[in-house]
Design a protein around this ligand. Structure first.
Ligand code: ATP
Ligand code: MG
Length: 439
């Protein structure tokens, strides 16, 4: 059978608009969303740029992007205020006037009626679209998007709020592109999430897979102690993505907690619910972050019973029952204290598992023996308790974020190990799907 040649990947450029992006006050989340979603589907995202709230600059950027790319995705500047100029810039490059879009106007009116407020006149600006462009319904916000052709490029103008932008990429842009732009080659991508290990340790185990020039691209990134391995193949290499993902999972063993991108807290809640187990947290330096991350998912109460933010020693002794003698002898950041915290919170809440964190988050309070970033973590169940000691570099927010994720991961490892009593350690990786774009 002759191999069908793979089509060329359509080129995508992404434009973010807003002075707050250009000044650096807001990080460009919309580029990330567009690059991930379209990249996963086989499009060649060449890059993105941000433009200030300036009509000339916006029109120029639109023209340039459309001259180079098959697809241009613009975000922001569709609201009702004077600095929302995307409609005007599009009208200028198309050489057409703005017109009132009746359906959008009715949507806006009914939205304001629901709020029980009169609609300000300026709101109507949101219902103005450049003549001849196609309206894109925004089901999660009020500013509609629109699309048009500029030269050979399909241009999509989407609202700026990241939640709205992401929803419209998925619901409107991705399906329409299959019709409006050249078809991308087939593409597949997969992700593997790890915690409790460094990025370099993951990188060493995957070094040969990560070498540049391989048909399947494997890369890592790290955020707050979570190492994400991204695996992507386009064209014929798409067929190899599943096998590479399995090889990554095999090499990472118990360090990988999910075959998808999912925060450790959400993953643990699902794991605990599936096993009918409950957990409670005793937190010192994380100040409630573990509890917050274990309640991100609706329905978390099935797995997370509650927690104690035991910041002062008096709360460690008075509420959690940590013996004062332990605190005096070993200090609050120590193995005996973190173990007593984990046992204590389990006892007072009646949870199956207790998890505890105590450490020096910084910037002050460090000593030579217990520097900033020095953290003790523990997990306890009916049968016993296990503590680990870690040292991280970074500021207060970083140390706290990594500590919370690592505490959650400690419980995850505990639960996965316990699932086969006396038997070999279970891998316990949720088998996520390989994202399949096409073909
Ligand atoms: P609105 O109707 O809310 O005014 P809009 O389409 O006019 O929406 P903007 O005014 O540009 O969009 O931005 C709305 C909000 O979304 C702002 O808080 C802005 O900082 C944020 N935002 C816009 N673009 C981005 C981006 N690329 N990354 C992250 N946040 C963004
Ligand atoms: Mg706006």
């Amino acid at each position: 059978v002759a191999k069908r040649p793979e089509p060329r990947a359509p080129v995508v450029e992404v434009l973010g608009t807003g002075d707050e992006l250009v000044s650096g006050a807001v990080r460009d989340a919309n580029f990330q969303a567009a690059a991930t979603l379209l990249g996963d589907r086989g499009y060649d995202v060449r890059g993105g740029r941000v433009v200030g709230d300036d009509l000339e600059a916006l029109a120029g950027a639109l023209r340039e992007a459309a001259s180079r790319a098959d697809v241009v995705v613009v975000s922001g500047g569709l609201g009702p205020t004077e600095d929302d100029l995307t409609r005007d810039a599009a009208a200028r490059v198309l050489g057409v006037p703005l017109e009132l879009h009746g359906f959008s106007r009715r949507l806006l009116l009914s939205e304001w009626r629901r709020k029980g407020l009169p609609m300000p006149a300026s709101t109507l600006r949101q219902a103005m679209l450049p003549r001849g462009t196609d309206f894109l319904h925004n089901s999660v916000g009020s500013a509609p998007g629109f699309r048009f052709r500029l030269g050979d490029a399909a241009v999509f103008c989407l609202p700026g709020p990241p939640r709205e932008m992401a929803a419209m990429l998925e619901a409107k842009v991705a399906p329409l592109l299959l019709r409006l732009a050249p078809r991308p080659p087939r593409a597949r991508s997969a992700r593997v999430s790890c915690c409790g290990v460094t990025e370099s340790s993951v990188g060493e185990r995957l070094a040969d897979l990560m070498q540049r020039g391989k048909p399947v691209r494997v890369g890592t990134s790290v955020s707050e102690g979570v190492v994400t391995v991204s695996i992507r193949g386009t064209g014929h290499a798409a067929l190899l993505v599943g096998a590479v993902r399995n090889e990554v999972l095999r090499r990472l063993g118990a360090d990988a907690y999910a075959a998808e991108r999912v925060p450790p807290g959400e993953n643990l809640v699902r794991l605990l619910v599936s096993k009918g187990l409950t957990v409670a947290a005793a937190e010192s330096c994380t100040g409630g972050l573990v509890g917050a991350r274990l309640t991100d998912l609706p329905g978390s109460s099935k797995a997370f019973l509650g927690g104690v933010v035991a910041y002062a020693n008096g709360v460690k002794t008075g509420v959690l029952g940590v013996p004062g003698a332990l605190l005096r002898k070993h200090g609050a950041v120590s193995r005996p204290v973190v173990e007593a915290m984990a046992r204590g919170v389990r006892r007072i809440t009646g949870a199956d598992l207790g998890v505890a964190v105590t450490g020096v988050a910084g910037p002050g309070g460090g000593t030579a023996a217990k520097p900033v970033g020095h953290v003790w973590l523990a997990a306890a169940d009916r049968a016993g308790v296990r503590a680990v000691e870690r040292r991280w570099l970074g500021g207060r927010a970083t140390v706290r974020g990594i500590a919370a994720n690592t505490a959650i991961d400690l419980v995850r490892r505990w639960v996965e190990r316990g699932t086969e009593a006396g038997g070999p350690r279970q891998r316990g990786v949720a088998q996520g799907t390989v994202h399949r774009a096409q073909g």
